[in-house]
Design a protein around this ligand. Structure first.
Ligand SMILES: *Cc1c(COP(=O)(O)O)cnc(C)c1O
Length: 381
């Protein structure tokens, strides 16, 4: 076994987390919607300028809430990319809907906005966009299409906390936006997420769905004198202990964001000569998009070259990984979805993509080491 020199990810942690978790215990309210949940919620609402924000047990659950709030049911269709995490599809498939996969753009790995309209049928109810690597989809065009055909927009913004499109926060552009605070994301509570609500009128319903279908949230605020079962719902609210762990990071989110972007930029700068030589391709950030350094990926020539590069880096003690296997090629994807139009980019581009180590705390010399080993790999030929 070779020595591991550079990890792929180290879960986010801020030392103040223990102090805040102790405080949460002292406050004797460690269930959902306690003091620290409130802190995180206010932070999200303020930074994203959303009408509402609710902390959830995961981004997957936030997506499930978005599916419920959108009224998605059996036979409905939801347009989405095939190049995404399973939860984007699961949330709607659980409601009996069909996933309609549309090809991605080669430059951003995001849903190709030019192909959406052709996939719309009388059954289409929503478009689920994924802002891959925290780089925005072409939201002006997508919002125009949604408005014209009266479709809901759900943003899977799992990777996109603190990212913007034309100055607007990702997650707060569509009807519903879903964040992830999983340990692989920029800010974490172990397992967790949030749903952002664009419209004031969704807030009460979202609170009810998240509190087992009851209006307990209103009861706790003293707005009603007893709570009761109002709708079909579930339990999607995390413990305040987890929120306390997260709050320690959110308090210093801007600093984390700056460090990640500077790591991303250093990779970009160091690997530019390989792109110029035609060996690899680097990520593209379209005009008007501001990302958060969530991920740094490169593209090799093809699957065979990527496999060789991954193995080479592994031998050098560097943990690099590939990413999503397109959903339409999976067992469930074939059962619950269909690919509309031609797969020009989804399979080919996903086969070429390789993610380099990226986390807050990654050192400059580690980035230089990784970049130099990627260069050494291409010098062999
Ligand atoms: C991480 C991720 C999810 C799932 O997040 P969880 O919080 O683990 O449920 C969903 N979609 C995308 C695009 C992700 O990156």
């Amino acid at each position: 076994m070779e020595e591991q020199k550079v990890h792929f990810n180290i879960p986010p942690f801020h030392p103040k987390a223990f102090q805040y978790m102790e405080d949460a215990v002292a406050r004797q309210k460690i269930c959902g919607d306690g003091f620290y949940t409130g802190k995180c919620t206010e932070w999200m609402k303020a930074q994203a300028k959303a009408a509402g924000a609710l902390l959830t047990t995961s981004c997957t659950h936030a997506l499930e809430m978005a599916a419920l709030l959108s009224g998605i049911g059996p036979g409905d269709e939801v347009i989405m990319p095939s190049y995404t995490f399973v939860s984007t599809a699961d949330a709607f498939v659980l409601r009996g809907a069909r996933a309609v996969f549309v090809d991605i753009r080669k430059d951003t790995m995001n849903l190709d906005e030019a192909l959406i309209e052709d996939a719309i049928t009388p059954r289409t109810k929503a478009i689920a966009v994924v802002h891959y690597a925290g780089i925005s989809c072409e939201m002006d065009t997508i919002c125009r299409i949604a408005k014209k055909h009266q479709l809901k927009i759900i943003e899977d913004a799992a990777q996109a906390v603190l990212c913007t499109y034309q100055g607007r926060s990702l997650g707060a552009i569509g009807d519903y936006g879903c964040y992830s605070f999983h340990e692989t994301k920029n800010y974490s509570m172990g397992e967790g997420g949030a749903i952002l609500l664009k419209n004031q009128k969704d807030i009460l319903n979202a609170e009810i769905i998240r509190e087992k279908g009851t209006n307990r949230s209103q009861f706790f605020r003293g707005e009603i004198d007893k709570y009761s079962w109002k709708e079909a719902g579930s339990s999607y609210l995390p413990s305040d202990l987890n929120a306390a762990y997260l709050w320690a990071q959110l308090e210093e989110a801007e600093a984390v964001n700056r460090r990640r972007i500077s790591s991303w930029s250093l990779y970009y700068e160091l690997l530019q000569e390989l792109e110029a030589a035609g060996d690899i391709e680097l990520p593209v950030v379209p005009k008007g998009c501001v990302h958060n350094g969530h991920m740094f990926y490169i593209k090799a020539k093809d699957l065979e070259e990527r496999t060789a590069l991954l193995q080479y880096l592994k031998e050098k003690g560097i943990s690099a990984v590939f990413h999503y296997v397109p959903l339409h090629s999976s067992e469930a994807g074939q059962k619950y979805g269909r690919f509309h139009g031609q797969d020009r980019n989804t399979t080919r581009e996903s086969n070429r993509l390789l993610r380099l180590p990226m986390y807050d705390g990654l050192k400059e010399e580690q980035i230089r080491y990784v970049a130099s080993e990627v260069k050494n790999f291409y010098r062999q030929f």
